[in-house]
Design a protein around this ligand. Sequence first.
Ligand code: BJW
Length: 242
Amino acid sequence: MYQQIVILTGAGISAESGLRTFRDQDGLWEEHKIEEVATPEGYAKNPLLVEQFYNDRWQQFHQGDIQPNAGHLALAKLEQEFEGKLLVVTQNIDDLHERAGSKRLLHMHGQLSKGRCPRSRQTFLLKEPFGPNHTCTCCIPAQRLRPHVVWFGEMPIGLDIIQSALDTCDLFIAIGTSGTVYPAAGFVDTANHHGAKTVDVNLLPAERGSQFQYHYKGKASEVLPMLVEQILQGKMISGQVD
Ligand code: BJW
């Protein structure tokens, strides 16, 4: 039924694994000022504060009870069994998709597990939270690594790959994202423009005037296993689940 699928995930898919979202009640932005911890200007002004923000999240991500949930696992199953093309684009910096088994995956807002040389942009895998000993091996003198994340005003990663996938996909599914941050929030328009079916999965009901053609209201961990089965069985996606 479908040949090429693009899936966009946001913080909501990891919420049921125990990671906080940004804009929900009790979200990260309730406790932190965006301009202080999620802009290059904030980092230039106070790198230690920003490193602390990411180190706190590192600690949380590495708690033993943080595991991929049924939503992540369903997407990995889709990748294994779907015969067409599939790309999962995640805005999340956690590694729960990888840990669930996803491989055709693009982290458009970076990865917490990596630091980046501010001069060469080379990335380095981190085995521990940020500290003064985290420097690059590509420059002389060695540069202090910065978090490999995309802050406001910075260019997201892999946009050319995402754009060409969106231009040719016939199914676009957004999961657990508030649609407030661009360019990710505009992907649905591109997919609609190219004639794809567009589907939103969110705990909240569909917004009036939403650009999505279909909406599934519910937890990602409950909706995705059902949606993935429908796709694998070649069934048309048509339902509004409330
Ligand atoms: C569940 C659930 C469950 C919960 N099941 N669902 C004016 C107009 C338009 C654009 C701009 C503008 N001024 C500036 C801009 C651009 C700016 C922008 O979009 N600003 C807006 C705020 C207006 N964007 C940028 O600067 C981006 N770069 C850029 O634009 O470059 C230039 C460019 C030019 C031309 C083409 C392309 C590019 C960069 C954005 C970087 C965002 N960075 C962050 C931090 C990353 C590192 C980190 O993790 O700390 O990314 S901010 C934060 O928001 C993070 C997230 O990835 C991102 C999106 O959040 P997400 O995932 O949607 O989470 P929430 O919390 O918002 O929503 C969770 C949802 O889940 C909710 O809907 C819940 O209901 C749902 N949910 N539980 C299902 N169990």
